[in-house]
Design a protein. Structure first.
Lengths: 237, 322
């Protein structure tokens, strides 16, 4: 079911199931899902509303614990019973970058501080955090907007700042929730090119939930989910 | 020095003979002594009622106004008056007290009775006349009954200033041996004032203050809670990207404390600027302000609890999705 380049997968989801509630109110959000995502890959999770793609993203993001199955992130077996909530937060901070549909930048911090915040949460000193934040903003070609507040950024600029924030701690796993939903075709293409660049240059795995047909050809693999099951996998490469 | 078994003219009635002052002045350790009377009168000035605390004293002896900020102290033996600025009486103003008209020759400040009535100082003889003289019809009735009423040479207290290095306790002990007098030191007077005279007012203000603090805590809690609810998406984002609980708690507490600091600074500035317009004299000492700051800080910490609780319950998953 997965592409299998000659390396160890960064994300390995194996026979994962997740249900909410019990008895008559039980909802099976994921049923026996297995996915491997390798360094340098950009993959998409596709499916109608309620198909389980957000649940899968939450499981991979260490936000919800699967009812069955295993999750390995960068070689670490997660949810094996020895993980505290604080450990999972630390894992997210160090290994996972998140990109949101609505960028979710902190509105009272400027672009640089939004990026630097993540570094400071990881105990970087203020100067180092700021320097790295400026490097990332330049890398994503929004360095000229470093002092702008989120409200003053265009949709594309805000999403690039959000990507810079996601990359701040050099994570090798990037989870993107509808990263281009709020952008027009041109800007969506720019964002996808950036994600591809990050995947190649930082040897990262990028997993995106999307409905955006105009970017389907930008993914290496597309996983279709329906009623919590992985129906099919399309390779676009 | 006051009448025996009383707590002085500002707490209870005290009447002692006018010649007590000479006896007090002769006690070893006493530098000088002065007779004083205290009474509350209501006068009319510019068609307005004025409640005044009239202090009669001997102009060359202790018991008069501690400072003159405008004009002069009493110069003539009769019908002059030094008024506290809170009376609103200007220099040269005329005021009828009893059957006589007094002229304001000086102004002093911070001299009020425990109830907040502003003080005026007049000569002892004028004060005695004001306090003890009967109205002519009442006087005629007394004479017809064969009595002339109480003698006028009565004072409420004698104020003694001690020589340097003399013991107030030793002088007080000497005075108490005379049986008909009692002595109250400066500290004793302050104790009577705070523990007895203004105690009820203090408790009442304490009750109002407590109520205001509770109301403030509720208001701050609601403001912080509302502000937190408006930021749930941002809090969820912070949690999702890995911010620890302590960072989120610190942000909310900082917000509450910032609100408290703004409120405290505004309140303290307001109080310092308007306190002199209150009828009672308000003394704000540094330690009182520090205690208030500590209370405000504590109230803010408690008030932020509701917001912290709401923030800690936020599911990081809510950051995902539109």
């Amino acid at each position: 079911m997965t592409a299998s380049p000659n390396s160890t997968p960064l994300v390995r989801v194996k026979n994962v199931s997740k249900h909410f509630g019990d008895g008559e109110s039980r909802v099976d959000a994921l049923r026996d899902v297995s996915i491997d995502v390798f360094p340098g890959q950009v993959i998409a999770l596709l499916g109608p509303s309620g198909s389980g793609k957000s649940t899968l993203l939450n499981v991979i993001g260490c936000i919800i614990e699967p009812s069955a199955g295993t999750l390995e992130l960068d070689g670490d077996l997660v949810f094996d019973g020895g993980w505290l909530r604080s450990d999972l937060r630390k894992l997210r901070l160090d290994k996972i970058g998140f990109i949101f549909q609505a960028h979710n930048l902190i509105p009272f911090l400027d672009a640089t501080d939004n990026v630097a915040l993540v570094l400071q949460l990881a105990n970087a000193d203020a100067d180092t955090a700021r320097r790295r934040a400026l490097e990332l903003l330049d890398y994503l070609e929004v360095g000229h907007r470093k002092a702008a507040m989120p409200a003053n950024l265009s949709g594309g600029e805000a999403q690039r700042v959000a990507i810079a924030r996601a990359l701040a701690n050099r994570p090798r796993i990037i989870l993107a929730d509808e990263p281009t939903a709020a952008l027009d075709s041109k800007r969506a293409g720019i964002v996808m090119d950036l994600l591809r660049k990050v995947a190649i240059e930082q040897d990262a795995a990028i997993i995106a939930v999307t409905h955006d047909e105009k970017i389907f050809d930008r993914f290496d693999n597309i996983f279709n989910l329906r009623d919590g099951r992985l129906e099919e996998e399309h390779s676009t490469t | 020095m006051v009448e025996a078994n009383t707590r002085g003219p500002f707490a209870e009635a005290s009447r002692i003979p006018g010649d007590t002052r000479e006896a007090i002045a002769r006690i070893a350790g006493v530098e000088e002594a002065g007779s004083v009377t205290y009474q509350t009168v209501e006068a009319e000035h510019q068609a307005k009622k004025l409640r005044l605390y009239v202090i009669g004293y001997e102009p060359t002896r202790p018991g008069g106004p501690p400072e003159i900020i405008e004009g002069r102290t009493l110069g003539r033996s009769h019908f002059e008056l030094v008024a506290d600025i809170s009376t609103g009486l200007e220099l040269g103003a005329k005021l009828q007290l009893g059957r006589n008209i007094f002229t304001v020759v000086g102004r002093t400040q911070y001299q009020v009775a425990s109830g907040g009535d502003p003080a005026v100082f007049i000569a002892l003889l004028d004060a005695q006349k004001l306090q003890f003289d009967l109205a002519p019809p009442a006087s005629r009735v007394q004479i017809a009954r064969g009595t002339s009423g109480p003698g006028r040479d009565t004072v409420n207290a004698v104020v003694a200033r001690l020589q340097p290095n003399s013991s107030s306790d030793a002088v007080a002990t000497t005075v108490k041996r005379w049986k008909h007098l009692a002595a109250i030191t400066q500290e004793g007077q302050e104790l009577i004032l705070t523990r007895s005279l203004v105690d009820r007012a203090r408790r009442q203000i304490g009750l109002f203050t407590s109520l205001l603090l509770v109301v403030s805590a509720v208001i701050i809690a609601l403001i912080i809670y509302t502000m937190t609810m408006e930021k749930l998406k941002q809090i969820a984002t912070l949690k999702l990207i890995g911010a620890p609980d302590r960072t989120i708690i610190a942000m909310i507490v900082q917000q509450a404390v910032a609100l408290g600091i703004i409120g405290f600074v505004s309140g303290a500035t307001l109080i310092f600027n308007i306190k002199d317009y209150f009828p009672r004299r308000v003394v704000l000492e540094a330690d009182n302000v520090a205690i208030l700051a500590a209370i405000v800080f504590s109230v803010c910490l408690v008030a932020s609890g509701l917001g912290v609780r709401a923030a800690l319950k936020v599911d990081p998953a809510t950051a995902l999705g539109g």
